[in-house]
Design a protein around this ligand. Structure first.
Ligand code: RAM
Length: 499
């Protein structure tokens, strides 16, 4: 059910992208290296001097010096003798060295292989000047000459036409006086910049799509950094324009591929339309926009309440929460509903609307959540002990004040087996700490996790960061993981807010 009027509004806010020509900084070699986090490293061989010669069967690896998202352009000539057969080039793009070192054929995961950043180009006549059609997300590029003709060709120019809706220079600096905080802020900002394209993408390598859970935290960070409010508005309109047949806001939108949505459902993601509007109102005070979409937001709450009251166990499968394997999401799911209902009450109060029905929902939800509080252990549990249930109980205000703080401290001490697997979930942990007045603890957690990301050699914040298990992937193969993932950019928001 596409609402064309809303879709047109979204289209009218489509940004004009900023383009920059980025040339490689060095020729490097990539080798297995057990001392590094991802077990591969890149070592400089030389500066770039044109033409870069390539004979049949040879390969080179280029380093662009930082992470870029864009289109590859190249020019080639024959060097000496004319090639008597077409030149076949293979390109492998890597956000990190391991994507160059590992062969793409090794990937056996369940997410489509099509995401592998590999491309081919046959060149029949020289001189050649052209580009690859697909956009790539990379710092490193391997070029392999697959044909076997002995005649060398020369690359006379090569660059990424790098795109983004924003410029790093337009964001305020942190200038915290602390080198690590500044570095964490910068890497977070770089991540957000790379993901801000025609929409707020989750990751420029994968899924290159607008997910509302990701959008919500990207927008929060953007209000404090790039202030690209029109892009936030555009993305919210896109979700509001694509309501699924069941009435839910879709968890993601294929921004450029009609019919734009499929049938995947994540109830918490649908509810985040409320959070997006709540944040938008808080940060911009633009009432008109929020009023326009508010009925759709209220619909999401009604749908969620319908699922939970009376409580139906099987509906918890419909919540995302985190990519933690075998997580029992029941408690956290109820808590996300309560969290969003609280925000909806704030919006309603702002507009002078009656809040009694929502207050009733909230009371019922809190009662249901607290039914799962186990006095003996001091945790929210239905048998399984997870970080998620405790953090979300705090965010839902099922437990408050000193008791909430003590719960977070107890959780850290117990370090439950079911852990936060994504920086997205870690962001909610930071929010819970801040809510309990644990500012110092929140800051030191940011230093620990995002400082770890920097030490691990990333230029941008990755989709997963598990120091004990660098190869963790929810997709059955870490080769497909994204090393630049928007949901990991939130320290820029927290550092701006807390310091
Ligand atoms: C990942 C996506 C996205 C996230 C979903 C739930 O596959 O990349 O970032 O929102 O999972």
């Amino acid at each position: 059910m596409i609402n064309e009027a809303l879709r047109l509004k979204a289209e009218s806010l489509k940004p004009r992208l900023i383009h920059k020509e980025i040339r490689p900084a060095a020729l490097v070699e990539v080798n297995r290296d057990e001392t590094t986090f991802m077990k591969y490293s890149a070592k400089k061989i030389s500066d770039i001097t044109y033409p870069i010669s390539l004979k049949g069967g040879e390969s080179i690896v280029l380093d662009f010096g930082n992470h870029y998202t864009g289109y590859l352009n190249l020019s080639t000539v024959t060097l000496g003798q004319i090639c008597d057969s077409p030149v076949k080039l293979r390109f492998i793009f890597g956000e990190m060295p391991h994507e160059i070192g590992i062969s793409p054929e090794e990937y056996k995961g369940w997410i489509g292989k099509g995401w592998i950043q590999e491309d081919f180009k046959p060149i029949v006549f020289m001189p050649y000047k052209g580009s690859l059609e697909r956009r790539y997300s990379a710092r490193f590029l391997k070029i392999e000459r697959l044909d076997n003709a002995p005649f060398p060709v020369g690359i006379t120019d090569i660059y990424m036409d790098a795109t983004s809706a924003v410029d790093l220079e337009s964001a305020p600096k942190l200038n915290s006086g602390d080198e690590l905080y500044d570095k964490i802020y910068n890497i977070s900002l770089n991540t957000l910049k790379e993901c801000e394209q025609d929409v707020f993408e989750d990751g420029p390598k994968r899924d290159r799509r607008l997910w509302i859970g990701d959008l919500r935290v990207q927008a929060l960070t953007d209000y404090y950094t790039f202030k690209n409010v029109n892009l936030i508005k555009r993305c919210i309109y896109l979700f509001a324009s694509c309501i699924m047949d069941c009435g839910l806001v879709p968890p993601y939108v294929f921004q450029d591929s009609p019919p734009y949505v499929d049938n995947w459902k994540f109830q918490d993601y649908s509810l985040y339309l409320v959070s997006c509007l709540y944040d938008y109102l808080t940060e911009t005070k633009d009432e008109e926009f929020v009023k326009e979409l508010w009925p759709i937001a209220e619909d999401q709450i009604e749908k969620a309440i319908g699922f939970f009251m009376p409580y139906k166990e099987n509906y918890v499968d419909r919540f995302f929460i985190d990519w933690c394997p075998d997580l029992d999401k029941a408690i956290a799911s109820m808590c996300t509903v309560a969290y969003v209902v609280k925000q909806a009450i704030e919006v309603k109060k702002h507009f002078g609307m009656d809040t009694s029905v929502y207050e009733g929902y909230l009371a019922e939800l809190k009662k249901a959540i607290n039914y799962h509080y186990d006095e003996e252990s001091g945790f929210y549990t239905k048998g399984q002990l997870s970080w998620h249930s405790q953090i979300w109980a705090v965010l839902a205000e099922a437990v408050e004040g000193q008791e909430a703080k003590k719960l977070l401290i107890r959780t850290k001490e117990a370090d439950p087996k079911y852990k936060m697997q994504t920086p997205y979930m870690m962001n909610f942990y930071i929010e819970a700490m801040v809510k309990c007045g644990m500012k110092e603890e929140a800051l030191s957690y940011i230093r620990e996790i995002w400082g770890g990301i920097i030490d691990a050699g990333f230029d941008t914040c990755p989709e997963y960061f598990d120091p004990k298990n660098p190869e963790f992937s929810a997709y059955g193969g870490h080769y497909i993981n994204s090393c630049c993932h928007a949901w990991s950019c939130t320290p820029a928001y927290w550092l701006k807010k807390l310091l």
